[in-house]
Write a protein that binds this ligand. Sequence first.
Ligand code: G6P
Ligand code: MG
Length: 214
Amino acid sequence: MIQAVIFDLDGVIVDTAHYHFIAWKRLADELGIPFTDKENEQLKGVSRMRSLEIILELGHAQLPAKTKEELADKKNQWFVEYVHAMKPDEIFPGVKELIAGIRARGMKVALASSSKNADAVLTLLDIKNLFDAIVDGTMIKHTKPDPEIFLLAARLLHVSPADCLVFEDAEAGVEAALAAGMKCVGVGSVYQLPRAHYHVASTANFTVSQIEKI
Ligand code: G6P
Ligand code: MG
């Protein structure tokens, strides 16, 4: 029976996935590398540097490590600018209520995001208090699809991985959840996330009573 629910952040709780995309798109345009929302799917859930490397691979480009650091920093500055202009009401509708319902039924709730900006985003949205545990990109060695982030979240919650349900919008995130031995709700279509156990168009479309039946 599910005892804990672990949420990804970008694209699951708030539409920051869009801000990551437009910042990477801006950089890819500057580099002259064709980049659309289709290619962007590969960037979801992975680290900042890995994202840049994927874009460079798409453009068959190779750059020195120092230049890559500079480009990744530049993208991050744009992302931080976009996020600071965000309003607390940009959290996806129904998410707070879903989390409150999960907690009211005695299940634990964690956040597990590969982003090093996760703490800042949660603070801007004023939602840190919704979670019993928060794991972000500053706390892990390997980002998704490695299971490390979800296994750490389960450990912090004192819940066995098999009793955890993950909400993910990224292919790398679904793979990480499966590798951790957890059940996974894919936020997106079955075509985008074929390996997730369940699918919803939006996080809050999955109800607490559905979770209790897993
Ligand atoms: C999340 C997002 C990715 C992002 C990564 C690193 O996993 O889905 O799109 O690249 O975090 O985020 P950061 O804020 O550390 O650059
Ligand atoms: Mg995500």
